[in-house]
Design a protein around this ligand. Structure first.
Ligand code: TYD
Ligand code: MG
Length: 472
């Protein structure tokens, strides 16, 4: 007989120890270690204690593969993020901060799907049935034939989903409230979340319905239960945005049935989430021309180009250590660009407070925004506006060189479409005649070094350096 072994698993970080401890060595949390019983090894037949196993069939890679049929939710942005519709039998995790709109978007999707004839089930462990009904009324979908239930016991839910004809789509809101009675820990702990999700995903695969799991994000920004769920599901979507802003972005971070980094843009209105088909126009809607410190970045979100305004404020500091604050952009990256501007272009910024903001509440993670950030900073420092019809992109290296970025043409096309007349982009080395030039009515200016941008604001920056040079 293989020996049943006791292991102790931290419910916070998943670390395994051989004995109980009050405090987890690996993450430092108290009272998170719980005993789990399991068999130590799987032994082959013939070895003492080995039970053996069934032999599995191996096949080769070629073979008839059916094109997976996809079910459209009727919410275009959601369909695109899912890779072009929902795949039967797949599990989709929708993560996000509390109150961001996860329940709203899923209820809207269920309503639209149900109206198109799909059998939809919405199971909530967080709200009472009446609360969901009120929300449905507000969303104008009272008549949608969605099957609604307030339940949290996984055994009951699995039994119900197993009985009768299988549904087409099931929403579990949220996985942290689900409770599997086969394990002893409380709802929301790693073991519970993992077991509940496992049971629900199994029934989804067995009966071939699409399963949406709602997952709350912890303070640190990970899905509660250290990303244990991300491995188990086919698709992970994050719903992000700032509660102070109207815009919500649904982002695919993992997708077995489509591209990741795809985004869907929504606006929260008093009748639910509305799709935003042209995000660039929306992010630039409140831009005013001729203000220093504002620069339009031609970015890329997934397969889609998105133009956003980057705003910088550079002001003399009264503090010993000047302030550096960045919203919507990595602050480490901001410090790097400040260092490059100081060292490679001789711009003194060490006595200035610097604030950076990506307008509209979008979060940018592309290094391609470097050049736009640098441009906004120099513009704010000199007080000279960036030309209102210029769109900028390019990555900056540590020596100040401007590096090429992906999807140059796509970015240029979007800028041209939105009426921009010039683009400041990385110089294309080796492509004679490519820069400078005109494309789609855009004057394309190739930038080889950040200094090329700085010298466009030359008068104000060059003077102090010239006088400094004369003195020495
Ligand atoms: P909700 O979907 O409950 O968030 P989550 O499930 O992610 O916790 O969203 C709740 C927020 O959305 C709440 O602050 C109110 C707002 N809201 C609207 O502005 N308009 C609406 O039509 C609805 C239904 C919600
Ligand atoms: Mg909710």
């Amino acid at each position: 007989m293989a020996k049943a072994t006791k292991t102790f698993v931290c419910q916070n970080c998943g670390a395994v120890t051989t004995r109980w401890q009050g405090r987890c060595d690996s993450c430092g949390e108290w009272n998170t270690i719980i005993e789990e019983v399991g068999r130590s090894e799987v032994l082959p037949k013939g070895v003492s204690g080995g039970k053996g196993g069934r032999k599995i069939e191996f096949v080769d890679l070629k073979g008839a593969v059916e094109n997976v049929p996809r079910r459209m939710t009727g919410i275009g942005e959601l369909d695109r993020v899912c890779g072009g519709g929902l795949v039967a039998g797949s599990a989709i995790l929708v993560g996000g901060d509390p109150g961001i709109g996860k329940s709203t978007v899923l209820l809207q999707a269920m309503g639209a799907l149900a109206k198109s004839g799909a059998a939809c089930v919405y199971i909530t462990g967080e709200e009472a049935v009446d609360q969901v009904r009120l929300r449905a009324a507000r969303l104008g979908m009272r008549d949608a034939p969605v099957q609604l239930a307030a339940a949290s016991n996984v055994r009951d839910i699995v039994a119900s989903l197993d009985a009768g004809a299988p549904p087409d789509v099931v929403v579990i809101d949220s996985i942290q409230t689900m409770f599997a009675d086969s394990v002893e820990s409380a709802p929301g702990t790693v073991t519970q979340v993992r077991t509940s999700a496992h049971e629900l995903i199994r029934v989804a695969k067995r009966r071939g319905f699409v399963l949406f799991l709602v997952g709350h994000v912890t303070k640190e920004g990970t899905l509660a239960g250290p990303r244990v769920l991300e491995h188990m599901v086919d698709t992970t979507l994050y719903f992000e945005g700032d509660r102070g802003h109207q815009f919500r972005i649904l982002r695919a971070v993992k997708n077995r049935f489509g591209a990741t980094d795809e985004i869907g843009v929504f606006a929260m209105t008093d009748t639910g989430l509305a799709e935003v088909a042209n995000p660039s126009a929306l992010f630039l809607a409140e831009r005013r021309g001729n203000v220093s410190g504002s620069c339009v970045f031609a970015g890329l979100e997934g397969s889609r180009p998105v133009l956003v305004e980057i705003q910088a404020l550079v002001a003399p500091s009264v503090l010993g250590t000047p302030r550096r604050a960045s919203v919507g952009w990595d602050s480490g990256r901001l410090n790097m660009i400040i260092a490059v501007l100081e060292t490679r272009c001789g711009i003194a910024l060490s006595a200035h407070d610097i604030y950076l903001n990506v307008a509209g509440g979008l979060r940018i993670s592309e290094p391609a925004a470097d050049l736009a950030v640098a441009t906004a900073l120099v513009s704010s420092l000199t007080g000279q506006p960036v030309p209102a019809d210029a769109a900028v992109f390019g990555e900056i290296g540590l020596s100040g060189e401007v590096r090429a970025v992906s999807q140059r043409d796509l970015r240029l096309k979007e800028a041209a479409k939105l009426g921009f007349r010039q683009a400041w982009v990385p110089r294309q080395a080796g492509k004679a005649g490519a820069d400078p030039g005109t494309r789609d009515g855009l004057a394309v200016k190739g930038i080889g070094h950040v200094q090329d941008v700085v010298s466009q604001f030359a008068e104000a920056t060059a003077k102090p350096r010239a006088t400094a040079g004369q003195k020495s």
